[in-house]
Design a protein around this ligand. Structure first.
Ligand SMILES: Cc1cc2nc3c(=O)[nH]c(=O)nc-3n(C[C@H](O)[C@H](O)[C@H](O)COP(=O)(O)OP(=O)(O)OC[C@H]3O[C@@H](n4cnc5c(N)ncnc54)[C@H](O)[C@@H]3O)c2cc1C
Length: 308
């Protein structure tokens, strides 16, 4: 272990030994916390269950200079084989719950899974969010990345967001204060933490909403390799085109290195056939990027985020 890593480890022990109410774990295996099932360990995993714990833990990390990241469901990240030398924070407890608000609105914690939020809304006679069914992330991860599919993006449902700003303050931000883009947002750029989100939905017959969910899930199942661990689309679609189409066109579909393989079902997915390493996925990504550039002049940008 590097010297600086040992120094962080000591600071972490000191910090959490005095915080008996916060659950934390030493050296968590991040491969178990990502949908790719790939990656090394972090120095610590901290589970915060309310705003006060979140603000306190992050301000202490900032004060001590310990690197930290918020982890949702780990469905859009590639953790390096060496792991992440810092603290990984998960939002659980009250920060993963959903509540009904007047006016067809739902407040969801940043740590709630999208599937939980959608089923809560539908059970309460609300709709508009069904298209997101099957995206295996959290509300927080989906809002910072402006997750989307089938022509829609989560942005259209957002009314306001409670964020922990980079300076440590908690603040409600109205939608018009947030800039959403294709798989990104100003929240991501400013390293804001999404603590809670209020969604504006509409009244919907639960039977009809369930039918829509079935429809969208069937579309997903028919086009995506859901039988193997992955992180969804690896590259962003370039303007006016599809990364999957380009990858197939340049002959990279099915390319394999060790247990990592460019999916035969969806060329923009790299699947873990069992025991794939992060370096193998990264190597495949670079190979694809160069091959697409060599043959088409288009430079593919990552959609997945690398944690190292
Ligand atoms: C099979 C499969 C299908 C997928 N299909 C789609 C799809 O159709 N459309 C789509 O857009 N994506 C899709 N994805 C990708 C992924 O599910 C989404 O990007 C999702 O929004 C990521 O959420 P997460 O909670 O897993 O975030 P993570 O992967 O845990 O984190 C991603 C980033 O978000 C940050 N983050 C997480 N939570 C918070 C928070 N509360 N506040 C601030 N930052 C936070 C993390 O720090 C990190 O930078 C798919 C993935 C898989 C595996």
């Amino acid at each position: 272990m590097e010297n600086w890593s040992i120094a962080y480890q000591e600071a972490i022990e000191e910090l959490f030994d005095g915080l008996s109410e916060v659950r934390w774990f030493r050296n968590p295996d991040l491969s178990l916390l990502t949908t790719w099932r790939i990656g090394g360990r972090a120095l610590a995993l901290v589970e915060v269950t309310n705003e006060e714990e979140l603000v306190f833990v992050l301000s202490q990390c900032d004060r001590l200079g310990i690197p930290w990241r918020v982890l949702g469901r780990g469905s859009n990240i590639l953790v390096s084989d060496q792991g992440f030398p810092g603290i990984v924070v998960r939002l659980l407890g009250s920060l993963a719950e959903c509540h009904l608000l007047p006016g067809n609105r739902v407040e969801a914690g940043g740590g709630a899974t999208l599937n939980r939020f959608i089923s809560f809304a539908v059970r309460n006679g609300l709709g508009g969010c069904e298209f997101l069914i099957g995206i295996p992330g959290t509300v927080g991860g989906a809002v910072v990345l402006n997750a989307g599919c089938f022509g829609g993006e989560i942005e259209r449902l957002v009314e306001r967001v409670l964020v922990r700003e980079r300076n440590g303050e908690l603040r409600w931000r109205e939608k018009h204060e947030i800039f959403f883009s294709y798989r990104g947002s100003s929240l991501k750029e400013t390293s804001a933490v999404v603590v809670r989100v209020v969604f504006q939905l509409f009244s919907e017959n639960p039977k009809r909403a369930v039918e829509k969910m079935r429809h969208f899930f069937a579309l997903r199942k028919s086009s995506q390799p859901l039988d193997f661990p992955s992180a969804g689309s690896v590259f962003r679609n370039p303007p006016g085109d599809y990364a999957a189409r380009l990858i197939e066109q340049v002959g990279c579909k099915g390319l394999r290195l060790g247990q990592a393989q460019v999916s035969l079902k969806h060329s923009n997915f790299i699947v873990n056939l069992g025991g794939a390493r992060a370096w193998q996925v990264e190597y495949l990504m670079e190979w694809i990027r160069k091959e697409v550039y060599r043959q088409t002049g288009i430079w593919l940008e990552n959609e997945v985020e690398l944690w190292r």
